[in-house]
Design a protein around this ligand. Structure first.
Ligand code: ADP
Length: 425
């Protein structure tokens, strides 16, 4: 922003606008002074009047108080220092425009949020939103406060709530300025969008098995009423679909339970080696059924206490272990174990299956994200790793995923030991 430069430029333009009057007045005075004829000399008071009018105007284009007395006072063009210091003190981005919607002041927060402004420019040069401009025009017309939403795509996706407030000044019949106060709604809008996406996705995921169930019920009641072989086949499919729905509902409930506790850090201790042994014990038979050998690594030494909720950690590693069996079954074996070092411990589940292509890795923990869908895909909800991420966030740690396509994948979580964790809190 360059107010001095701007007002200097405007002053120069004002002088230029008055140049013809000046030249005319000076010309008349010159003629009157140099030509002795009385009829020319009569023009001298007129010339002096024009010159005086010109000279009496201040640099801001208004008549000085004394000269203006008795006439309508001109509206000030720039807000005064006290208005500016109040606007500057506001934490949110704030700007002041005049009645012609030219920008007259912007605080430091506004410049941080929107980049530099050129004072004196129409506000429409910086904010092109027709809704915001219409709201500003409404406010100027009615002299009443107004508000509008502003969505900016560049340089980043941001949403603002803009309050437009008239700034009245003593002695002014109508407010000469309007304050634009910007409130950052970006986070709130993002959450809103996530919630609506989530509801849309969840309904879609539930609708698919439900539609299939309804279809089979229709068939069983109609064309296949007396077909015993079809009954058995269809009932199996219906059972699968019902299971899919119940898995989805369980995952959704789990997710919502964990989300509500997301900010509460667990303050109990859990033995992470014992957690991994329990998971291997519970799910070993399932792995064996899929023809997988399970190897436990680093789990027979003494226990390792970490800051955590045992049941939730079991849920995390059971999820990772099930995924390893489900998606890594080609590799023939699964590893679950601990790597210890001085500061902490890393718990991991590793498989030797087909692995995950790099472009999918950063998206795996998104809700409903699945690499394979349809007939080739394995049954799943796409919520498992999202639940894992939420539980780990509550535990102040993260999931790391390393995979080489064709060679398998390792899902690992680093924990600090319980005593260290206590000392650091
Ligand atoms: P779900 O298993 O219910 O689909 P998840 O959130 O647990 O949901 O996993 C998301 C996706 O990540 C899976 O659909 C799968 O494509 C991929 N994935 C997860 N674990 C592995 C793994 N060990 N190997 C290969 N792909 C995996």
């Amino acid at each position: 922003m360059n107010e001095t430069g701007r007002s200097g430029g405007e002053t120069a333009r004002r002088w230029l606008r008055r140049a013809p009057a000046l030249i005319f007045a000076a010309g008349l005075a010159l003629v009157a002074a140099t030509v002795a004829e009385a009829r020319w000399a009569a023009l001298a008071p007129l010339a002096a009047g024009a010159l005086a009018h010109f000279l009496l105007r201040g640099a801001d284009g208004t008549l000085p108080r004394r000269a203006a007395s008795g006439r309508a006072r001109q509206t000030p063009l720039w807000p005064d220092a006290s208005v500016k210091s109040v606007v500057e003190a506001v934490r949110e981005p704030a700007a002041v425009v005049d009645r012609s919607l030219a920008l007259r002041f912007a605080n430091a927060a506004a410049m941080r949020a929107f980049g530099p402004f050129v004072l004196g420019d129409p506000i429409a040069m910086r904010f092109r939103s027709p809704d915001l401009l219409a709201a500003l025009e409404r406010a100027v017309e009615s002299d009443e406060p107004d508000q509008e939403e502003l969505a900016e795509r560049l340089p980043a996706d941001r949403s603002w709530g803009v309050d437009i407030l008239p700034l009245g000044l003593a002695g002014e019949e109508r407010p000469p300025f309007f304050l634009l106060l910007f409130r950052d709604h970006t986070q709130a809008r993002r959450l809103e969008r996530m919630r609506t996406d989530f509801v849309a996705n969840a309904s879609h995921e539930l609708r698919t098995p439900l539609a299939s169930l309804s279809g089979f019920i229709e068939t069983l009641k109609g064309p296949a009423r007396d077909d015993a072989a079809a009954h058995a086949r269809f009932l199996d499919i219906m059972q699968d679909q019902a299971r899919r729905m119940s898995r989805l509902i369980d995952d959704l409930l789990s997710l919502s339970r964990i989300e509500t506790r997301r900010r509460l850090r667990p303050n109990e201790a859990a033995d992470i080696a014992d957690v991994l042994r329990s998971v291997a014990g519970q799910l070993g038979p399932q792995a064996a059924d899929s023809g997988l050998a399970v190897r436990l690594v680093g789990l027979d030494g003494e226990g390792v206490l970490v800051n955590g909720d045992r049941d939730e950690l079991i849920q995390v590693f059971a999820n990772l272990f099930e995924n390893a069996c489900k998606y890594g079954s080609d590799g023939g074996r699964v590893e679950i174990g601990l790597r210890r070092d001085g500061e902490g411990v890393e718990a991991y589940v590793r498989d030797f299956g087909k692995g995950i292509r790099a472009e999918h890795v950063p998206r795996l923990t998104e809700r409903f994200y699945r690499v394979e869908e349809g007939a080739t895909g394995k049954p799943g909800t796409g919520l498992g790793l999202s639940i894992v991420r939420h539980v780990l966030t509550r535990h102040r740690t993260r999931l790391s995923i390393v995979s080489e396509p064709g060679k398998g994948a390792t899902f690992a979580v680093r924990f600090v030991r319980f005593l260290d964790a206590i000392e650091k809190t």
